[in-house]
Design a protein around this ligand. Structure first.
Ligand SMILES: CCCCCCCCCCCCC/C=C/[C@@H](O)[C@H](COP(=O)(O)O)NC(=O)CCCCCCCCCCCCCCC
Length: 257
């Protein structure tokens, strides 16, 4: 934590000027043209397997007026992302399966008898801390991992997603998606992964479709639309990410094993 800012240094360096807003997102939002572009893209998206509009809605719905993060909508947004991965072919099955496992652990806590304590990320942290659910040293075998530890794994992945989408949305050079994906990964999630997992990730990146295919999946026709839609997405993600990061920092939970 630096100067009271929630993000770790390595993560702060990833995207310039990401203080709760994606760079460019505000000005884009302020323009009627951009709103039109966004609405058209979202109309084209309806009925598709993966709907980026639904994901944006879920990330927005996550944050309450008093800046709490609702777990139910957080998981909803992740389920939409899983649909995206599932539409990408078998290379992504392993990553998708890993994500589903984590989402299911959290959903089970939310549906369980102490579900009320899992309504927000803050209440989950408080409940698990008070009841000795969180392991700060090691993860005992045969024990369901804590909600805090599980959410931390996908929270870290959210930073990767934020950087990746930002790169795709703002890159005028139209580089390969796999290159942009790998670059975002090296700056973020890779720091938390073993050598083996990093090799698996590198293989998956090579199987990413080219930029034009990616545009189709996120229902945009060109770079202009992509910029509006992806920066709106990044904006929604940044808010959720920063609030979560702040809570984990306050509770010294950023390195849970
Ligand atoms: C479609 C592009 C997909 C690129 C995915 C980039 C992330 C690569 C991560 C690959 C590692 C996953 C394998 C497992 C890792 C676990 O070791 C590791 C640690 O868990 P543990 O402490 O319980 O052992 N788990 C994790 O870090 C959680 C990883 C969750 C990966 C989520 C990936 C989300 C991808 C969403 C793609 C959506 C793109 C949307 C475009 C509009």
């Amino acid at each position: 934590m630096k100067d009271g800012k929630p993000c770790k240094q390595v993560e702060n360096d990833v995207i310039p000027k990401q203080e709760g807003k994606a760079e460019g997102a505000e000005s884009l939002k302020g323009e009627d043209m951009s709103l039109q572009v966004f609405e058209n893209a979202m109309k084209n998206c309806k009925g598709k397997t993966f709907e980026i509009g639904k994901m944006i809605e879920s990330f927005h719905a996550c944050v309450t007026n008093d800046q709490e993060v609702l777990l139910e909508h957080y998981l909803e947004a992740w389920r939409e992302l899983i649909k995206f991965m599932d539409s990408m072919g078998t290379v992504f099955t392993f990553i998708s399966h890993e994500t589903i496992t984590k989402i299911n652990i959290l959903q089970n806590y939310l549906n369980g008898e102490d579900g009320r304590s899992y309504r927000t990320i803050r209440s989950m942290i408080e409940y698990e801390m008070e009841n000795g659910v969180v392991n700060f040293k090691e993860l005992p075998a045969n024990k369901v991992p804590s909600g805090c530890r599980t959410l931390l794994r996908i929270h870290r992945a959210l930073k990767w997603l934020e950087v990746f989408l930002y790169n795709v949305g703002t890159n005028p050079r139209q580089e390969e998606t796999s290159e942009m994906c790998a670059e975002a990964y090296h700056k973020t999630l890779a720091h938390h992964h073993s050598w083996f997992i990093r090799q698996v990730a590198e293989v998956a990146f090579l199987a990413l479709p080219p930029l034009q295919e990616m545009y189709k999946v996120v229902c945009v026709k060109d770079h202009v639309e992509a910029k509006v839609v992806l920066l709106t997405t990044v904006d929604a993600i940044v808010k959720v990410y920063n609030l979560t990061q702040e809570l984990y920092t306050e509770n010294k939970m950023l390195d849970l094993p």
